[in-house]
Design a protein around this ligand. Structure first.
Ligand SMILES: Cc1cc2nc3c(=O)[nH]c(=O)nc-3n(C[C@H](O)[C@H](O)[C@H](O)COP(=O)(O)OP(=O)(O)OC[C@H]3O[C@@H](n4cnc5c(N)ncnc54)[C@H](O)[C@@H]3O)c2cc1C
Length: 384
């Protein structure tokens, strides 16, 4: 209890681990607390793969600007830990001609002068005969993107944090916070003091933040992760098939696919949507509609996959209504810093998020425009 940390980071998902790593690299003392024994599969960062891409459609330009640094930082972590964390596969974006999804992706690639290839449905069918899309499909291929090995990335940040002198305590939930110039965090095993507290509690932000007087319109959402057996082994493997991100019709028809490499012979294909849940009762919900939607999509677009999934895993998104992250100080406790609402697309940006949260801890001017991430946007927005 005598020790005063410069920062206590609560939550050892990818955001907490990256933040703690960034803090310890500056020479400050950092404690990272995790409620569950590590590794665990209860939050948002587990599993073997995440998509990494530079192009962001719609209002995501601020993320595209961060991506060059994110790629560099992932490569630096690979070097530091001697672990391969990234596999370049290219990303194929597919959508219906004239619809905003594909137009926004193209706009983003053009604006940032990123190389890409456009394919109409005939060219698409020739290049990727294992995919089948309607005639009005437009596809855009970004060769720079690919797969991040997420479990390995999480372990790499944790290992590097500990190697730099960080203290990581798992199986130790934060139960109470006593604010002040020195914040005290009480857990099931003891109390810890820190000049700053960083809350990166993933879907538990829906519970932890209200308990600290911060009421944000965040939703924890159950997400199914499906793996589909290839009819002919290797048809959808890395090298033959790119990562696919597709949206036809409305935003609720947003799906993504990752070539088979995690489980031999199994292609990962998932729907980006699911029902709202309590993160402590994650599986107590009906997701049959998600399975039906995804099965229909597989039947239509992936003719060489079996029609029902071989494996189903589960993960949680923490959605903000505008799908933007929350990276800000607590409205009244300035040494409590919040990283939340990563809305199903945060993993790739974790190295930059960690740097930004570290800059808030150190009272440094943030390296990027923080206005999209501020808490007060919710109080100004008419959407709410
Ligand atoms: C199926 C799926 C696919 C995804 N695909 C992509 C993708 O392709 N590309 C991409 O960029 N992103 C993707 N994402 C999003 C990305 O994985 C998340 O944005 C990211 O993992 C969020 O990390 P986090 O650290 O905020 O949350 P978590 O990983 O949930 O970490 C929060 C941690 O805090 C701990 N915690 C909570 N409360 C307490 C407490 N009181 N005391 C101590 N510890 C506590 C939790 O146990 C947990 O370990 C995907 C997410 C899912 C679920």
């Amino acid at each position: 209890m005598d020790q005063v940390y410069d920062a206590i980071v609560v939550g050892a998902g990818i955001m907490g681990c990256s933040t703690a790593y960034n803090i310890i690299k500056t020479g400050q003392r950092a404690l990272l607390l995790e409620q569950f024994p590590l590794p665990h599969t209860r939050g948002s960062s587990h599993g073997q793969s995440r998509i990494i891409r530079k192009a962001y459609g719609g209002e995501g330009d601020h993320y595209t600007k961060m991506m060059p640094e994110a790629f560099k930082k992932w490569a630096a972590l690979e070097q530091e830990t001697g672990t391969t964390l990234f596999k370049q596969t290219g990303i194929l974006f597919c959508g219906s001609e004239g619809e905003s999804f594909i137009k926004d992706v193209l706009k983003s690639l053009h604006k940032h002068s990123m190389p890409f290839t456009s394919l109409d449905s005939c060219a698409l069918g020739k290049k990727y005969p294992m995919l089948r899309y309607p005639m009005d499909t437009v596809a855009v291929e970004d060769p720079s993107g690919g797969i991040l090995f997420s479990d390995k990335s999480l372990a790499a940040f944790q290992k590097a944090f500990i190697n730099h002198g960080g203290v990581l305590l798992d199986n130790e939930p934060m139960l109470d916070v006593y604010p002040g110039d020195i914040v005290t965090v009480k857990t099931n095993k003891g109390s810890y003091r820190g000049r700053n507290l960083v809350l990166t509690v993933g879907p538990w932000a829906t519970k932890v933040l209200p308990s600290l007087g911060v009421h944000l319109p965040l939703k924890a959402v159950h997400v199914n992760v499906f793996y589909w057996k290839e009819k002919v082994r290797g048809t959808y493997s890395v090298g033959k098939c790119p990562v696919v991100i597709q949206e036809h019709g409305d935003r609720h028809d947003h799906f993504y696919g990752i070539p088979s490499f995690e489980y031999p012979g199994l292609y990962k294909f998932c729907c980006h949507h699911g029902p709202e849940i309590d993160p402590d009762r994650r599986d107590d919900v009906d997701t049959s509609w998600v399975l039906e939607k995804t099965k229909a999509c597989v039947a239509n677009n992936f003719p060489l996959l079996e029609p029902t999934p071989a494996i189903r895993e589960t993960c949680i998104y923490t959605l903000a209504p505008d799908h933007n992250f929350i990276l800000d100080r607590h409205p009244t406790m300035s040494n409590v810093i919040i990283g939340a609402g990563f809305s199903g697309h945060g993993f790739k940006l974790a190295p930059v998020v960690g740097k930004l949260l570290c800059e808030l801890v150190m009272n440094k001017t943030p390296s990027y425009d923080m206005s999209p991430f501020r808490i007060d946007r919710f109080y100004k927005s008419s959407k709410l």
